[in-house]
Design a protein around this ligand. Structure first.
Ligand code: MN
Length: 199
């Protein structure tokens, strides 16, 4: 069973004005589709066929770079679409908020640290909120790497991530990555982040 491009649970224009419809359409329909197709091509006829994406990523250092890049791209975008929602909760609550307060002091401190990770990632990559046991840390990764990968500097379960590749924001925000990351916070699906944190 080959990996399939995940359908969005909302329309391409649902995250307007924060994430524009044209960016969503190209990002999902072209970029994510390409990662999915290229992942399938990279594992076809190998021992990785039939494994879950998590099984592949957690042992990624043993696999070719095409699997790392496209497997990461496949998984990261699956998460990314689910981490956003129109009209989602505007801030974390409950146990997730408690863990954020414990780890970072406050939601505002968390937001600043996460934004800094997103803005200081040189070139293409992602910023992450990562679950380590009951605790939370922030990290960033280059290219399509992620915290599940055995070669990641900061390992754990990604519960929130923002894509800072230029393809994620350039049509609307051009070089203004800070404006894009700020806008991203308006569409974070905190219910989904909380669900992932709960495990
Ligand atoms: Mn992307």
């Amino acid at each position: 069973m080959a990996f399939e491009l995940q359908k969005l649970s909302y329309s391409y224009n649902a995250l307007e004005p924060y994430i524009d419809a044209q960016t969503m359409e190209i990002h999902h329909g072209k970029h994510h589709a390409a990662y999915t197709n290229n992942l399938n091509a990279a594992i076809q006829g190998t021992a990785l066929e039939g494994k879950t994406i998590e099984e592949i990523l957690t042992n990624i250092s043993a696999h070719p770079v095409a699997v790392r890049n496209n497997g990461g791209g496949f998984y990261n975008h699956n998460l990314f679409w689910e981490m956003m929602a129109p009209g989602g909760a505007k801030s974390p609550e409950g146990d997730l908020l408690k863990a954020i307060d414990t780890a970072f002091g406050s939601y505002q401190n968390f937001k600043e640290a996460f934004t800094k990770a997103a803005l200081t990632r040189f070139g293409s990559g992602w910023a992450w909120l990562v679950k380590q046991g009951d605790s939370l840390v922030i990290s960033s990764t280059p290219n399509q790497d992620n915290p599940l990968m055995d070669l990641a500097e900061v390992k754990g379960i990604p519960v929130l991530g923002v894509d800072v590749w230029e393809h994620a924001y350039y049509l609307k925000y051009q070089n203004r990555r800070p404006d894009y990351v700020d806008a991203f916070f308006n569409v974070v699906n905190w219910d989904e982040v909380a669900r992932r944190f709960k495990g």
